[in-house]
Design a protein around this ligand. Structure first.
Ligand code: SF4
Ligand code: SF4
Length: 464
């Protein structure tokens, strides 16, 4: 695509990057076929190619964001399905991130919209505030019909109430900074090590940091608890570093760059202290939305002399938990895991991080029957705060996703992202668990409660 930027415009590092991205687009339109919003709305301006034209026009003209650009960029899920499809390698994520930040700086949203976004940015990344807000939502749930009638924001406030869990899970003892030592006593680990690359006796197989994060620790603390058990059982020491919290992804996707960078810097400082101290083999993430952002820290801070190098070091060792477990090898299952699992691959997992096989391979090794979900490349509508800010589109995507999953008649659903677990979980009675919960149970951890409620399978008929 031809571009027309002045030298003065290209002196801005963000514009320079965007110009390079724009030039790689050959406007072939292949991406439109896999874009969820184009699929639902059928409007070229709600397709990747249409949005690319809108962003190009805005950046080239040095213009403030218009209401039209905001409407179509806001409708983008940042699912990155278009990046997987694009044959030219257009880095849509960096382009739309730049556009969101430009919108935040140059567009005056209506007051109600600004207030709602500010509240989300003030609450969601802070577990204590989020917990309080969820308790408030529980009290406010009976008022939902009235709330939904409020002008402009009613549908979005109602979506917030709908997404709040009926019951908040209890806090878990592992949700704290600290070190969770490797279990080096298990015979199976020794056996695995003997078979593997390390023949010499070892006291532990690795040392990793695990992101505690924000919303997930409130909504599903059992995810990280299972990850810690699983890693410890595999001889891996886990540290949850003091000082890290939200990775910045939530506010980053709202275009609130300053806030996102503040969170990211805290996390980088906390992990660099560990890397330079006792050392880390990996930074493990159990929410693929966060993983995509942490892997992009190197890019986010490329022009920051104080953080560029540190951010790149953090990104270089960031791994989804399934990537890491694949690299060290999964212990054999110790229980009968005779369940059929529909694996829902989060967009941030398959499109953002290009992790497509590892979670399914691990589940199969753990004894589960794994089924792919039809239209698996299409987003479930979660997308950070999207299901609150764009509830109609998000609701339609959830209904489509749930119908595709239920058609497979699985016993349960596995995923690797808290946003998807919440979004899909609100649309179906099929239990939805994190992949690590299933791997943990299969290799010796406690059985997830949700599985106890499943009907028992008939025992196979004895041979005549
Ligand atoms: S598929 Fe890639 S090159 Fe083709 S229009 Fe979409 S972004 Fe541009
Ligand atoms: S990120 Fe997703 S919603 Fe946005 S343009 Fe690309 S495919 Fe469409």
């Amino acid at each position: 695509m031809q571009t027309n930027f002045s030298l003065a415009q290209l002196a801005d590092p963000a514009t320079k990057v965007s110009e390079k991205i724009l030039r790689t687009c050959v406007h072939c339109g292949f991406c439109t076929a896999t874009c969820p919003t184009y699929l639902l709305l059928g409007d070229e301006l709600d397709s990747p190619r249409g949005r690319i034209y809108l962003m190009k026009d805005m950046f080239e003209g040095g213009k403030a964001a218009s209401a039209e650009v905001v409407k179509h960029v806001d409708r983008c899920l940042s699912c990155l399905s278009c990046m997987t499809t694009c044959p030219s390698g257009v880095h849509y994520m960096h382009l739309v991130d730049h556009a969101r930040s430009h919108i935040e700086k140059t567009y005056a949203r209506p007051l109600s919209d600004r207030l709602l976004r500010s509240v989300l940015a003030f609450v969601l990344p802070y577990p204590n505030r989020f917990r309080l807000a969820l308790l408030g939502a529980k009290i406010g749930q009976p008022l939902r019909p009235l709330v939904a009638m409020l002008p402009r924001v009613g549908n979005r406030l109602a979506a917030m109430l709908d997404l709040a869990p009926a019951q908040l899970p209890n806090r878990v003892p592992t949700d704290r900074p600290g070190i969770f030592p490797a279990d080096t006593s298990a015979q199976e680990i020794s056996a695995l090590i003997q078979e593997g690359e390390n023949a010499a006796p070892v006291t532990r197989r690795g040392r990793v940091a695990l992101l505690r994060g924000c919303a997930q620790s409130v909504l599903r603390p059992d995810f990280n608890e299972a990850a810690i058990r699983l890693l410890n059982r595999h001889g891996v020491e886990v540290v949850q570093a003091a000082g890290e919290g939200c990775c910045g992804a939530l506010t980053h996707h709202m275009g609130k760059e300053e806030s996102a960078h503040g969170f990211a810097k805290q996390a980088i400082d906390a992990w660099i202290a560990e890397i330079d101290g006792k050392g880390l083999d990996a930074i493990i993430v159990t929410a693929s939305g966060c993983g995509t952002t942490i892997k992009d820290y190197g890019f986010m801070f490329r022009d920051d002399p104080a953080y560029a190098e540190k951010a790149a070091r953090v990104s270089a060792i960031a791994k989804d938990v399934t990537e890491y477990v694949t690299s060290i090898g999964l212990l054999p299952p110790v229980v009968d895991t005779d369940f059929t699992v529909a694996y829902h691959s989060a967009c941030s997992m398959q499109h953002g991080q290009a992790i497509r096989t590892e979670p399914k391979t691990l589940l199969k090794k753990a004894g589960f029957t794994v089924k792919d979900v039809p239209e698996g490349h299409i987003c479930c509508g979660s997308a950070g705060t999207y299901n609150i800010l764009q509830p109609e589109i998000a609701g339609r995507l959830r209904a489509r996703k749930v119908a595709n999953i239920e058609r497979m008649q699985p016993d349960l659903i596995a995923t690797g992202n808290i946003g998807c677990a919440t979004q899909i979980g609100k649309g179906t009675s099929i239990p939805i668990l994190h992949t690590v919960e299933l791997l943990d149970w299969a290799t010796g951890g406690p059985k997830p409660e949700a599985l106890d409620a499943l009907p028992r399978k008939p025992l196979p008929m004895a041979a005549e």
